[in-house]
Design a protein around this ligand. Sequence first.
Ligand code: DC
Length: 207
Amino acid sequence: MIIAVDGPAASGKGTIAKALARHYHLPHLDTGLLYRAVAATVMRLELDPTSEADAVAACDFDELTLADPVLRDDETGQVASIVSAHPLVRAALMQRQKRFAHQDGGAVLDGRDIGTVIAPDAQAKLFVRATPTIRAQRRHTELKSRGSDVSYDQVLADIRARDERDSSRSTAPLVPAADAVLLDTSFLSIEAAVAKAVALVEVRREA
Ligand code: DC
């Protein structure tokens, strides 16, 4: 079974995808990490993220980059959102994601275009969302716990900017697949959101 979990930044999609992978004993891929690795490589090499050629050159990143804590930084997320808008960057990372999704036994992937582009054939597609202010609160708390002194207002502005860029790009924008089920986590605890996600996947599994 392929489970596609899409949604905007800090919606809870990563937590839900990991929990689903544990529940169904499936391998999990956080596809945002691939775009973040491209972004981190662009930044390290002092390339220009708005240049498609520069961003494509960074797609051949060192695999060790995937474990670099810098990938979790907010700035890396912003640059990831910029490089991910280039069609050739998306093309360069596509086969790797499709292979992961279609491995024997199935997989759980989370990202922005899993249900629409990477695995349109996924049996279960969740589109996880939450209000921008609630997502900003979550991200702000997370960043503060990691020692960052970024303000809430800055985090909210970054989230809004990223939503706008991810949703308005012409290639594989952030939109729910026609057959995705919406899961709003705004007022749900992690446990309640995961329980709801499992229940939604069960409905698809039995269909
Ligand atoms: O999920 P994340 O915050 O780690 O993703 C970082 C950026 O990468 C996000 O702003 C847009 C891009 N991304 C994408 O375009 N497609 C994906 N499947 C995953 C992430």
